[in-house]
Write a protein of this length. Structure first.
Length: 283
C-alpha cells in the first residue's frame, strides 16, 4: 500500500521528465519525416544538387540522408491514475537530463513518387530527491525516460519545376513513451516501469522554393489522429548547398500531440524550437 501510494504521488512528476523527452536535442520532428527532411530540393526543403537529367525521364531512385538536431522546449499536461499536472521545460532543462539521442531522416524519390522516413529516439534520466519521504528510509527516486517517434510516409509530387516543388504526403506516426523508476537506496522498494505505444494516421504537404542556385526555403506540415485525439506539426527551414551533394539547413519546428486513452493516461504536449541539420545526397 505504501509503495502504491508513493507511485501515485510521484507519477505526474516523473512524467514531466518523460514529456521533456520530446523537446530534447532531438527524434524529430528534427522534423522527422518532414521536419528535417532537408534532402535535395527534389526531396525536401533544400535546393538539390544540380540535376543533369529531365525529372520526367529520369527513372532512377534518388536517396538523401539527413541527420539533424532539434533544440526545443516543451510544455503541456501529463497524468496517470486520475492525477494530472501541467509542466514547462526549457531547452536547457531538457539538455541537462539528456543521456543519448539519435535523429535522422531518409528520403527516396523516383520520378514524382517520394518516400520520406523520419526516426527520433531519446533517453533521459533524473535523480529526484523526495522532500517528505512517505516510506521509511527512502531518499530519492531515479527516473529514466525514453521516447521513440517513427514516421514513414509516401507521397506524390504535384508540382515539379526548377523554382517550386510541392508534395502531397500521407503516412503513419508511431509513438513510444516509456519510463522506469528506481527507488534509492536500492532494494528498499521494487522498481516500477510503464510504457505507452500508439499510432496515428497523418497527411500533409511540403512546398520547396528556390531562392538562388544554392539556397532554398521549405514550408511543411501534417495533421492527423488515430489512437491520439490530435497529432500535428508545422515547420519551415532554409537550406544552403555547400557542395553538389551536401546541404546545410536551419529552421524551426512545432509539434503537438494530445493523447488521452481510456486508461486515464494523459499526454498533451507541445514542443517547438530550432532545427539544425545537413543533407547528403547519395545518388
Amino acid at each position: 500500500m505504501a509503495q502504491s501510494a508513493l507511485l501515485e504521488r510521484r507519477q505526474p512528476t516523473c512524467f514531466v521528465v518523460l514529456a521533456a523527452v520530446l523537446g530534447s536535442f532531438a527524434t524529430i520532428p528534427a522534423i522527422g519525416q518532414q521536419a528535417v527532411s532537408m534532402t535535395s530540393q527534389d526531396q525536401t526543403a533544400s535546393a538539390p544538387a544540380a540535376q543533369t537529367m529531365n525529372p520526367a525521364t529520369d527513372d532512377r531512385w534518388h536517396i538523401a540522408i539527413s541527420p539533424y538536431l532539434w533544440f526545443a522546449g516543451v510544455h503541456g499536461t501529463i497524468g496517470a491514475r486520475d492525477r494530472s499536472a501541467s509542466f514547462h521545460a526549457s531547452v536547457g532543462d531538457v539538455l541537462s537530463k539528456l543521456n543519448i539521442g539519435l535523429m535522422g531522416a531518409v528520403e527516396a524519390r523516383k520520378r514524382r513518387f517520394v518516400v520520406p522516413i523520419d526516426f527520433m529516439w531519446i533517453k533521459l534520466s533524473d535523480d529526484t530527491a523526495i522532500p517528505e519521504s512517505p516510506f521509511p528510509g527512502l531518499t530519492s527516486i531515479k527516473a529514466k525516460a525514453t521516447q521513440t517517434i517513427f514516421t514513414p510516409k509516401a507521397g506524390y509530387r504535384l508540382l515539379d519545376n526548377p523554382k517550386v516543388k510541392a508534395d502531397a504526403l500521407v503516412g503513419l506516426r508511431y509513438w513510444h513513451l516509456g519510463e522506469n523508476l528506481s527507488f534509492q537506496p536500492s532494494g528498499l522498494l521494487d522498481k516500477y516501469s510503464q510504457a505507452a505505444n500508439f499510432v496515428d494516421v497523418v497527411a500533409g504537404a511540403k512546398i520547396s522554393m528556390a531562392l538562388s542556385p544554392k539556397a532554398s526555403v521549405t514550408i511543411l506540415g501534417d495533421a492527423g489522429a488515430g489512437q491520439a485525439n490530435l497529432d500535428y506539426q508545422v515547420a519551415a527551414y532554409l537550406g544552403y548547398r555547400i557542395k553538389p551533394t551536401v546541404m546545410l539547413g536551419v529552421g524551426w519546428r512545432y509539434l503537438d500531440i494530445n493523447y488521452r486513452p481510456a486508461s486515464n493516461f494523459v499526454y498533451d504536449a507541445a514542443q517547438q524550437g530550432i532545427l539544425l541539420g545537413a543533407t547528403f545526397n547519395l545518388k
